[in-house]
Design a protein around this ligand. Structure first.
Ligand SMILES: Cc1cc2nc3c(=O)[nH]c(=O)nc-3n(C[C@H](O)[C@H](O)[C@H](O)COP(=O)(O)OP(=O)(O)OC[C@H]3O[C@@H](n4cnc5c(N)ncnc54)[C@H](O)[C@@H]3O)c2cc1C
Length: 638
């Protein structure tokens, strides 16, 4: 399709102020895209105080948006700010300075205040224009209707049970997880005869074809696909055959072997399926692991219920090195909360608990529709201050780390260098950044912090003026094994407080699409590094064209016209996404005290380390647990 047919010329809400800036880690601040965005820094730089400052409503590139990462990249490529005297000396002194305003940083502020009391002075520094880290909110509007979606974290949910610390925090900020079903409407799509579907693209499978799965048996479904006859038979065999592919081995021996075998090799060498079936499954693990099946242990796929293991006789217990995401947990109760803005609600509730003036209301319901006043986040008379658009470039003790009574944190905001002092500090930013902030840390600790590579992925949101095409095609979610984005989903029907999610196909809708840039053949950490580069160097136009092309092709038989029906696009780009979780294909299985995340998270003088990387576990509860530990350390209360 031509650019015109796809609607690339349409003036929709789709591009942020800095469109398509590639990776630039050199160059001075004065030439940085950041300054191009905001112009010459104002002496009283405070965009958050401008009327209308409301980042959730911004579209285009979000997540690691342009303007948020450039200073940090300069830091990582060797620039130092040590010899620069503060250009805008705030002369501020705090009890606690938190680096990073994600769930972990906000939780650290919350826990500190809980113990130290409401008069404790806390500063949270965050490099993005919004708080929440990955737990971010998107708002997209069409005519009078504003729809909400999660820009990253989908919600409170974890395969492993929440600790009592994390549960208490979730409850204390007002979330009653047990009420989740009050707000959901799981019957809506089935009542409209909508279910899952698979889109086979012509580049991968020879022809463009959408096949609704519906209530069909695997045999009926396979017959409708463009897969070869052999591949169709193998698809049915994979799902239905009960065969032990490792006869003669005990359950534990099988698990040991499967923990060192990728699911791809399991399918290829043990189940011996046709190569088309491997292609069909290759990206099925992308959303959860941000790796294809070449990078995910077969044992983890067994734990998650992937096909092929039904006759293997594996007992229902975990195994050393198994991903916590896939491990079976005995008596694990349902502990889920997925409001329309996902983890965004958790971040907002934390912020309201810390700075009540930011948002009206008191409940988990009213926070969903609340319009937050970002101008109140950083007020002089407030004991807790959250300072956005501020990248920390140095964190050090004033004196010998063993004896120092104070820390000094340097950050860049509005193109200027600022310093603040604190009694102690929690580094709730990413592990990979910390060695650059604190170069005097012990070498072993820095090496351990640098071990995990954050996982890149993209959560794209597309506002369409209606979803009649989905209705006509009988699908509410489509997996696209060969396409740019691997999944397309309608928003889950969820009504909470004043918020009403779309009910009728004629209403506007936010579609969620997931993409992970992977490089099969490399190790998991190498794939993540390559993927990060890919995300930073892909322009918004490329994303937009791919989105339009994919939606046009998947939905065309339902009457979808990408040039007409797309109203806004937000690409939540997360080059530093999920925390790195150890992978039994490449990482050694180590006792806890030898794991890089444990060595890396040791306190360093008056600095303690929070964030989900410190738990090597990419879930909200890890971010909370790590914050709790870090705060206990700085307060000397283990
Ligand atoms: C797309 C996506 C979907 C997810 N879905 C779920 C889910 O459904 N359920 C779930 O439980 N978990 C989910 N997760 C994981 C979960 O979001 C994270 O584990 C958790 O939010 C991490 O919180 P954090 O505070 O440790 O890190 P972050 O959210 O990354 O916050 C750290 C913050 O520190 C900032 N920072 C870094 N360096 C500096 C610096 N030098 N100066 C200032 N600030 C800095 C970063 O920009 C960031 O904002 C998801 C993650 C992603 C990316």
């Amino acid at each position: 399709m031509s650019n015109r047919d796809l609607g690339m010329h349409r003036p929709i809400a789709r591009r942020d102020f800095l469109n398509g800036v590639g990776v630039s880690v050199t160059g001075s601040l004065l030439s940085s895209p950041w300054l191009e965005a905001f112009g010459t820094p104002h002496p009283q730089f405070a965009p958050e105080k401008e009327p209308g400052y409301y980042p959730p409503a911004r579209t285009g590139f979000r997540g690691s948006h342009n303007g948020s990462w450039e200073v940090a990249h300069e830091l990582v490529s060797g620039k130092t700010w040590d010899d620069m005297s503060p250009q805008a000396d705030t002369d501020e002194v705090y009890d606690l300075i938190v680096v990073g305003g994600g769930i972990s940083g906000l939780a650290a502020a919350y826990f500190y205040r809980q113990t130290a009391g409401p008069r404790a002075r806390i500063l949270v520094l965050e490099n993005h224009d919004d708080f929440g880290g990955h737990a971010r909110r998107n708002e997209l509007s069409y005519k009078e209707r504003s729809l909400i979606s999660a820009g990253g974290t989908v919600g409170v949910s974890t395969p492993s049970p929440y600790s009592s610390v994390a549960r208490n925090l979730i409850r204390d900020i007002g979330i009653q997880v047990e009420r989740e079903t009050e707000f959901q409407n799981p019957e809506l799509y089935p009542s409209l005869n909508l279910g899952s579907g698979v889109f086979f693209d012509k580049e991968t499978f020879g022809v463009d074809r959408l096949v609704a799965r519906g209530e069909r048996s695997w045999k009926e479904f396979a017959a409708l696909t463009p897969l070869s006859e052999v591949a169709q038979k193998d698809l049915v065999r994979l799902y239905e055959e009960k065969k032990d592919y490792l006869p003669g081995l005990s359950s534990d021996e099988k698990k040991a072997l499967l923990s060192k075998t990728s699911y791809r090799d399991f399918l290829k060498d043990l189940v011996k399926v046709d190569p088309q079936i491997i292609t069909y499954h290759q990206k099925s693990t992308h959303p959860l692991f941000a790796l294809g099946i070449d990078g995910v242990p077969a044992l983890d796929c067994w734990g998650l219920g992937y096909p092929g293991f039904q006759g293997m006789g594996l007992d229902n217990s975990g195994y050393p090195g198994m991903s916590l995401t896939a491990k079976p947990y005995e008596n694990a109760e349902q502990y889920d909360y997925h409001p329309p803005d996902g983890g965004g609600s958790v971040a907002r509730l934390l912020v309201r608990a810390l700075i009540p003036a930011v948002a009206p209301g008191t409940t988990m319901e009213d926070i969903v529709s609340a319009r937050l006043d970002y101008g109140r986040l950083d007020e002089q008379n407030s004991p807790v201050r959250i300072r956005l658009n501020s990248t920390v470039v140095r964190a050090r003790h004033n004196g010998d780390p063993k004896r120092a009574k104070e820390v000094e944190v340097t950050y860049v905001r509005g193109g200027k260098v600022h310093r603040a002092r604190g009694r102690s500090s929690v580094l709730a930013c990413w592990n990979g950044v910390i060695p650059h902030l604190c170069p005097e840390m012990p070498a072993k600790q820095k090496q351990a912090l640098a071990y995990g590579v954050k996982v890149p992925l993209v959560a794209t949101k597309v506002l369409v003026r209606d979803w009649k095409s989905f209705y006509k095609l009988g699908v509410s979610g489509v997996s696209c094994p060969g396409s740019y984005h691997t999944n397309i989903n309608l928003a889950a029907p969820y009504d909470i407080g004043d918020y009403r999610s779309p009910r009728k196909p004629e209403e506007p809708m936010i579609l969620s699409m997931w993409r992970t840039p992977c490089s099969p053949g490399l190790s998991s950490r190498e794939q993540h590094r390559a993927g990060r580069h890919d995300l930073f160097s892909t322009t918004f136009e490329t994303f937009e064209r791919e989105i339009r092309d994919q939606l046009g092709r998947v939905l065309s038989d339902g009457g979808f016209d990408p040039a007409r029906d797309i109203e806004a696009i937000t690409v939540n780009r997360w080059p530093h996404g999920y925390a790195y979780e150890y992978n039994s294909l490449w990482d050694p299985v180590l006792p806890e005290e030898e794991q890089p995340c444990v060595i890396g998270r040791q306190p360093f003088g008056r600095f303690s380390i929070a964030n989900s990387d410190a738990g090597a576990y990419a879930y909200i509860d890890s971010a909370i647990d790590m914050a709790h530990r870090a705060v206990s350390e700085v307060l000397g209360k283990p």
